[in-house]
Design a binder for this molecule. Sequence first.
Ligand code: PMP
Ligand code: GLN
Length: 378
Amino acid sequence: LPSKLPAGKTSIFSVMSGLARKHKAIDLSQGFPNFETDNHLKDLVCKAMKDGYNQYPPMSGVWALRTRIAEKIAALYDICYDFETEILVTNGATQALYCAINAFVHPGDEVIVFKPAYDSYEPDIKLAGGKPVLVELKGKNFKIDWQEVEAKITSKTRMIIINTPHNPTGTVLSKNDMQQLEKLIRCTNIILLSDEVYEHLIFDDEVHESASKFPGLAERAIVCASFGKTFHNTGWKMGYCVAPEVLMKEIIKLHQATVFCVNHPMQRAFAEYLKKPEHYLQLGDFYQQKRDKFFDLMQGSGFKGTPSKGTYFQVMDYSKITDEPDVDFAKRLITEHGLAAIPVSVFHKNGKDHKQLRFCFAKTDETLEKAAEILHKL
Ligand code: PMP
Ligand code: GLN
């Protein structure tokens, strides 16, 4: 049978985490914390189940949760999304991305994707019959060359996808970047898909410049978020997206056709938990300590890098240690040294190998110390 995704392979995250489990390795590969989500949040889920919230919730999400999301965005980014028509609770950000791309990309449409990029955008575009137009981030700070973007825009450009803070590089888009983008797509029919799943994981003096903050972007943007990243429960697969009503009504058609609705007791629990902004506002400080810890521990090792500015990932160059291709090196690290990381080539255009590994530092201090001990011996 003809495949709809002929180049599709098992994701590197499954491959590396699977290998890590098999070899009982310390796992800094797939992005998830190895510490627990808040017991209070778990209690709220149990309470919602006991209170009888066990049947289908409203299709777009329970009102209480959508209201909380609207309040959070209004407080942080100074924009009012209508909770009835402009907010959709999804099965993680992954489902929001899938529905957003498939709602708007028609066969032959072009979608601009910045490389290196997270691995779900391109398959989603191809499933919709679209064509990913790849633009490489430039230099060691992974900057966007907006002139190049302008040159790549054609009459077929349907969508631009951005991701800030950025997986895997940990870079963040600046206010100036967002203004340039705003200038570029204002008065076009281009839709912006802004993947902001790491919005609260931001360090030093950086500010998260959400697309929602810029009127010329917000009027044409779908912004995706993930509770999994924010509340240490990636396995719950809960997230949401927001967009102006004219876009959201199309996204909801896909949501309805694919999953219809998402986990009811968890929505009730998040609606309660989000009443306290400190539950997400402290996250940047928490993860900055983790980043500092890991980065300090790596000093004096053969790995080099610049500190991540956001996300829970740190990319490091290993070219002083070996000239092996990064996939081979990452596999050998697991089988011979008991440590798992992600080879960065999988995010790059044509799988280009820059001799870099991505480490997830959402781990206990003890795990980070054990990992660094192994990495220092290489
Ligand atoms: N976008 C990016 C950049 C990610 O790193 C992830 C994490 N896996 C997702 C989207 C998907 O998020 P979720 O687990 O909520 O589906
Ligand atoms: N976003 C996670 C990462 O980059 C992985 C999610 C997944 O496995 N699909 O590691």
